[in-house]
Design a protein around this ligand. Structure first.
Ligand SMILES: CCCCCCCC/C=C\CCCCCCCC(=O)N[C@@H](CC(N)=O)C(=O)O
Ligand SMILES: [Zn+2]
Ligand SMILES: [Zn+2]
Length: 453
């Protein structure tokens, strides 16, 4: 059963230096209380990193086996009191669901991993393969003080990982139009990100004698141009090509033929899938207008107007290219553009018969979710703490073992985030099984089944 107390602790991250540190400390105390075996077992070392994050080192019995890592985070995005069926930090149970901020992103993983390990320890289990567990405290605001510090600490210790598993994708059931059965998408990369601050300055004055153009009007026109001119379609130039090829047999005729021949049909397919926001995020670098600030009084022409625009960069594009397109689209020197944050899409992790992590995930998914009809490589449309671990391994995977239905995706960072009790139990079962399956020292034989690889 989900430790409901974890959801009730409001570990909200507003900005990098605006965290609810009281709640973060409480979360640390909470996990020590509910997972006593994890914190007292002789072969498990726990450390607090960056003041609030946790790093667990679980020493396996066979030092020859290269360790792996499980990553999650305890912080959550803010939640408004309105719009929710139940208050976001009440952990209310209703018709088999637990409601609350963090139930999908990402206390389900943080608690789920520790819960699975606690169960194993109570059965006197000791793993053969060592592994690390990282529970970050600031993932939602960059991960620089939590996840990144854990990565740097491990790097300083000379640690290399055989693979790393973080949040960022899931088992999609009815999310991809045309696919009826649930499919597991394990993201092999995540999109890059670019956040720009746009500023326009103009002379302030009395609203009774306004100039032809004001800072607000100039800025509004600029951001509107960005919204009306989406970034180019790049569908088929990144790993989403692999994803749809793997999923082709899931579509009914004639779509299965179309998906098998994306070299020919990708322009057509991209026009169809871009109609929905999640589909659009697979097709191109997305443009999101997220902040707009100007004015203080109805009869004062403001001197300053500013806006923030956040782009999530398609794996086939780079920051520099997006910036050039933005400048060309705005095409107005009065709009000052400054870069707030920028990084390229993450490297693509291996997806082949030699990829140990993939083979272990595949086997575990088949054990725990037998109704999943395909397992395919995907793209994480957001960002995760795993992006700080590229110096430790090239095998980074993003997959939350939870079934997401069409309306669940918008609950993440939105209203009424929830997880069913059954789905949470499945997540713990997956992690319980994954830890044991990771003890193999060589790859399992290819499985004879209809599952895709
Ligand atoms: C053709 C349709 C394919 C649809 C694929 C959509 C798959 C959606 C499944 C799950 C959604 C997962 C959400 C991504 C996790 C992002 C984690 C996050 O919120 N990160 C923040 C903070 C950060 N680390 O930067 C973010 O802003 O990205
Ligand atoms: Zn998250
Ligand atoms: Zn999030």
């Amino acid at each position: 059963m989900f430790s409901l107390g974890a959801i009730k602790i409001p570990t909200v991250a507003f900005l990098r230096k605006q965290l609810n540190t009281t709640a973060l400390i409480e979360f640390g105390k909470y996990i020590q209380k509910v997972f006593p075996a994890v914190f007292s077992t002789e072969f498990i070392q726990h450390e607090v990193v960056g003041e609030y994050s946790y790093l667990f080192t679980v020493r396996g019995s066979d030092p020859q086996l290269m360790p792996y890592m499980l990553l999650a985070h305890m912080d959550v995005v803010p939640a408004s009191e309105e719009g929710w069926k139940f208050p976001p930090f009440s952990a209310e149970e209703d018709e088999g669901y637990i409601y609350g901020r963090g139930t999908l992103d990402n206390k389900n993983s943080a608690i789920g991993i520790l819960q699975a390990l606690e169960f194993l320890l109570r059965r006197n289990y000791r793993p053969r393969r060592s592994f690390y567990i990282g529970i970050g405290h600031d993932e939602e605001v960059s991960g620089l003080d939590g996840g990144k510090q854990i990565a740097m600490l491990l790097q300083a210790r000379g640690v290399k990982l055989s693979f790393l598993l973080d949040e960022g994708s899931g088992i999609l059931d009815g999310v991809i139009e045309g696919i009826k059965s649930p499919v597991a998408l394990i993201a092999v990369t995540e999109k890059g990100s670019l956040t720009l601050n746009l500023t326009v300055r103009s002379d302030p004055g009395h609203s009774s004698a306004p100039p032809k153009e004001t800072s607000i009007g100039i800025l509004a026109a600029a951001v509107s141009r960005l919204e009306k001119n989406p970034m180019p379609r790049l569908f088929g130039y990144g790993p989403e090509l692999m994803m749809f090829e793997h999923l082709a047999s899931e579509f009914a005729f004639p779509l299965n033929i179309v998906m098998k021949n994306l070299w020919l049909f990708s322009p057509l397919v991209s026009r169809i899938i871009e109609r929905k926001p999640t589909g659009n995020s697979m097709v191109r670098t997305t443009t999101a207008l997220t902040i707009f600030k100007a004015g203080i009084k109805f009869n004062v022409i403001p001197h300053l107007a500013s806006a923030a625009v956040n782009f999530r960069i398609h794996p086939a594009q780079k920051v520099a290219e997006v910036l050039e397109i933005v400048k060309d689209t705005i095409d107005d020197d009065r709009v000052e553009i400054t870069v707030t944050e920028a990084f390229d899409p993450l490297p693509i992790s291996p997806w082949d018969d030699q990829a140990l992590g993939v083979q272990i995930f595949r086997r575990t998914i088949m054990d725990v979710f037998p109704h999943v009809s395909s397992i395919a490589p995907g793209v994480c449309i957001g960002n995760t703490d795993s992006r700080h671990f590229t110096n430790l391994t090239d095998a980074i995977y993003r997959f939350n073992p939870v079934v997401l239905k069409a309306d669940d995706v918008s609950r993440i960072h939105g209203w009424n985030e929830r997880i069913s009790v059954k789905d949470y139990e499945k997540q713990v079962e997956f992690l319980f099984q994954l830890i044991q399956n990771s003890d193999i020292d060589k790859l399992p034989k290819p499985h004879l089944s209809t599952h895709e690889l």
